[in-house]
Design a protein around this ligand. Structure first.
Ligand SMILES: Cc1cc2nc3c(=O)[nH]c(=O)nc-3n(C[C@H](O)[C@H](O)[C@H](O)COP(=O)(O)OP(=O)(O)OC[C@H]3O[C@@H](n4cnc5c(N)ncnc54)[C@H](O)[C@@H]3O)c2cc1C
Length: 344
């Protein structure tokens, strides 16, 4: 590890004022410190922002379902909050499906959103990776590369990596708004929209500019259909815990009288460089009758542009089956999907 300076910022303005090139903000450190040990990240200054950004989940008395989640809030506290469980059970589910209890007790909301990819070539400094070393290419394009857990949607020659956060997939389906503050002032970024596809700048995971700090994540019933619409987060992984998603889905569906779908919200994880909002599937579902055939049709509409790599073709079928099974579960009376208010 290279030597670095450490400072604790007192508030967001202090953190931003201390920022300069070579600085990294520090949340719980569960990802950044690992990357420093691996030699993937080498900041010369860490600014601890756990006491500088907002901490806790806040509700407004007359607006049930509008939540403000501070960036310094620990993942386990968000998952356990009664308002999150009542109004956004898919978010609670997504959080508890990630990492381990100990890591969730340390990890913050800001750090979770900005954690880096688990692509094996990004984490191995002996391999080419344009995300780690801009312009150095992408080892995943080499013949025989390990692509099993890489992207099937939105990837290109510059980068085949996937985004790792479960929480971000739920926030993408829920249409959250991320409040940031930075050298140029404050702004709000809708999700999807925070994370980006690799394009010509695979080194940029998000649209954040240098020095911008996440302060709060807002969830609003205006951007989402609140309860009694049923929600679920399902994740397929290699082990039952402590494993990132091969594919995950965050889903909510509103079925009206006569079995017609009013609206649906869907996002996929483990398939792209960003959490993948399923606009094609949502459009295919709106107005259709809730049936397995409609769910399969919607999944096919979403996955038609998929371009699997040699070695991860299985993800297309997995994503199709996961979307279909999750939606079926949500519309089945007494199905296993979580009802609002139930403990995740
Ligand atoms: C063994 C293991 C298994 C895991 N499994 C999963 C899993 O299944 N699903 C999952 O989603 N995650 C998983 N994780 C990842 C874990 O969720 C992240 O490490 C954690 O959420 C990061 O939060 P942190 O506060 O520790 O971030 P840090 O490590 O402190 O920071 C991460 C990044 O965010 C930046 N940052 C932090 N806070 C802010 C802020 N407020 N504003 C701007 N930038 C900021 C940092 O500069 C850094 O670039 C796993 C981690 C481990 C070690």
């Amino acid at each position: 590890m290279r030597p670095f300076r450490y400072a604790r910022a007192t508030d967001a303005a202090d953190a931003v004022a201390r920022y300069r090139p070579g600085t990294a903000y520090l949340g719980g450190g569960t990802n950044l410190v690992d990357l420093m040990r691996l030699g993937v990240a080498a900041p010369d200054q860490l600014i601890d922002v756990t006491g500088a950004t907002i901490k806790g989940v806040f509700t407004l008395p007359n607006e049930p379902g509008r939540l403000f989640i501070g960036a310094a809030t620990r993942n386990s506290d968000v998952a356990a909050h009664p308002a999150v469980r009542e109004f956004y059970p898919m978010l609670a589910r997504a959080l508890v499906s990630g990492a381990s209890g100990q890591i969730r007790n340390m990890a913050t909301v800001g750090g979770n959103l900005l954690q880096r990819t688990r692509c094996p070539y990004f984490q191995d400094t002996s391999m080419a990776c344009g995300k780690r070393d801009p312009g150095s290419g992408c080892q995943a394009n080499a013949p025989g590369a390990d692509t099993e857990n890489l992207a099937i949607l939105g990837h290109c020659e510059s980068c085949r990596a996937t985004h790792p956060s479960d929480m971000a997939v739920a926030l993408t389906a829920l249409g959250a708004t991320v409040h940031v503050t930075g050298p140029a002032g404050d702004r709000q970024i809708p999700m999807p929209g925070l994370h980006r596809l690799p394009g010509r700048e695979p080194e940029r995971d998000t649209v954040l500019e240098d020095g911008e700090l996440i302060n709060v994540v807002e969830l609003s019933p205006e951007t989402f259909v609140p309860p009694p619409v049923r929600q679920a987060y399902r994740k397929v992984r290699e082990r039952a815990s402590f494993a990132f998603a091969l594919v995950s889905v965050a889903a909510a569906i509103d079925v009206g009288p006569g079995g017609r779908i009013g609206a649906a919200r869907l996002a996929l994880g483990g398939v792209a460089h960003a959490p993948w909002r399923c606009h094609y599937a949502e459009r295919a579902l709106a107005g259709a009758s809730a049936s397995r055939a409609a769910f399969e049709h919607a999944a096919d509409a979403e996955l038609r542009p998929a371009r699997p790599l040699p070695g991860n073709e299985y993800k297309v079928r997995l994503a199709r089956n996961l979307i279909t099974a999750t939606l079926e579960e949500l519309v089945t009376p007494g199905g296993a999907g979580p009802s609002p208010g139930k403990r995740p």
